[in-house]
Design a protein around this ligand. Sequence first.
Ligand SMILES: [Zn+2]
Length: 649
Amino acid sequence: MPRTPAAPPRTGPVRLGPHARAALRPAAEPAVAAGFWAARQEVNARVGIPQGPFLLESAGNLHDLRLAAGTAAGEYRGEYPFMDSDVYKWLEAACWQLARLHPDGPEGRRLADDVERIAGLVAAAQREDGYLNSWFQVGKGRGPYSDLRWGHELYCAGHLIQAAVAHRRATGRDRLLEVARRFADHIDAQFGPPGSGRPIDGIDGHPQVETALVELYRETGERRYLDLAGYFVDRRGHGLLGGEVYCQDRVPLRQALNVEGHAVRQLYLLAAAADLAAETGDGELAEAAERIWSAMAATKTHLTGGVGAHHDREEFGDPYELPTERAYCETCGAVASIQWSWRMALLTGEAKYSDLVERTLFNGFLAGVSLDGERWLYVNPLQVRDGHTDPGGDKSARRTRWFRCACCPPNVMRLLASLEHYLASTDGQGLQLHQYAGGTFRGEAAGESIVVSAHTDYPWDGRIAITVDETPAGRPWTLSLRIPQWCTGFTVDDEASARPRDGWLRLTRVWTPGERVVLELEMEPRLTRADPRADAVRGAVAIERGPLVYCLEQIDHPGGGLDDIVLDTAQPLTVKHRPDLLGGVTTVLATGHRRAVPAEDWWPYRPVSAGPSDTRRAVVSGPVELTAIPYYAWANREDGSMRVWLPTS
Ligand SMILES: [Zn+2]
């Protein structure tokens, strides 16, 4: 919808400072208007975000803020010291959504009322001196900053800052930003290196404040917030939290070789490293972030882009330790990975970072929310076995309305509500499209404005038509299109083109308004294998098409379980679009067989000398027609087994 002419240019969660040394800047005024992501954003806007105030009230988060404000009585509700962060993440999501609405329309007014009411609760809960954390303020724990390992005060402060920046960027108002600044100033007065005159030399057990402080610097221009972020990043790995890997304190980030410890903590910290490198030109930090990213992508990322192999402590595993049914892949991990990779794409200009953003967005991230926007997954396994008994709760493989630890749902809400800001960039010499979605994107060439619009039915169809809406007259500029890493063939205006080595197809010319380019990516379904060191999936294949990872679900395969199915790789894969299924998906059809082991063959192990690789005397039946659906759409019908990786015949 049109905005009032007086409104400032719309910016998203990352706005580089004027002196940032990054290769790219996010495109200004992006808008997603139609297609796949517009539909997901619509559900987020109509169902996801509006349910927030009710859920935060039911779970006690708002009550806890009232307790801190002294306007309510009773017991603290919720068992974690980071209850406030759910409120902040919802506020951030609501503000990004508000930025997409007309402020005077009925939807905009209703949402703005909710935002201002809850922002008012936050402001009322803040102490005179700027400190703000409901858990400690009501007397849980030993007092402010007394338990940095588990207290989550700076983590919560980070989410407050991000919410406040979103509020400022969406509404132009300072109210929440003032609250966030007062808290940031309190932290700044308390924390610093030995000799700085500050009483505490310490870091928070859960990184998050670092990237938020960089954004606060970007929003306010106050250098000390950037310096504070740098201090928090560089004090990790020096034993301030007992050297714990879980808390990102085992090794200084500049010396780290791979991701480790708690996945979300690690990736929020690395997002801050990318932010700092961009703002300060710190080459060593940039190099470390690039090195760690490459190691993570190569050895610790699931096919879905999901990260974090261990349920235990929500941690990364060893290299190539990528289990399927016990994959943790927290939804927040996917959000954090996208946030970090986007910052790396801006910092370096390299397409591979946006390749991982795409994979994670369409798979590991999007599976975290149900198609109806009402139920969530905290963990995103790649397999649910036949006969799986589920304990329920936060770590369930069944979708849940809300969690005791409700970090994931508002994280999904805030990313979906700001998604257009992760799709395109400008380098001052043209425009780069990192992701393909129907919408408009604004860039710059030699100080003059460029606007392009994209029309596409991606990811169901590989055709992307891009129209130049605004262009400087008579001056060439470059339209850069990312050729996805999975893509083996494509055409530009019907001419076959060779895959660019760096993933960027660059079209440099003098453009005229209305001129159109049609990129067509080949979307043949394909079978994918993993590196043989990934033991959990050795010998198995996965079905993919375009950016989507596919899976089998029990409901589509009556007559037996999924664990008996063997894929026949000699048979072709075919596609069928099913507008009636799961909100409209393209399915991939394959052929398989079922293995049935005689009941008297009760022992599952046999000597190698006994014969073929199949350890038991299975009777193979078939063929069976297999229907694979996009992974993001699983667990939206009845409970049952699911699998991404399939054994082959
Ligand atoms: Zn989470």
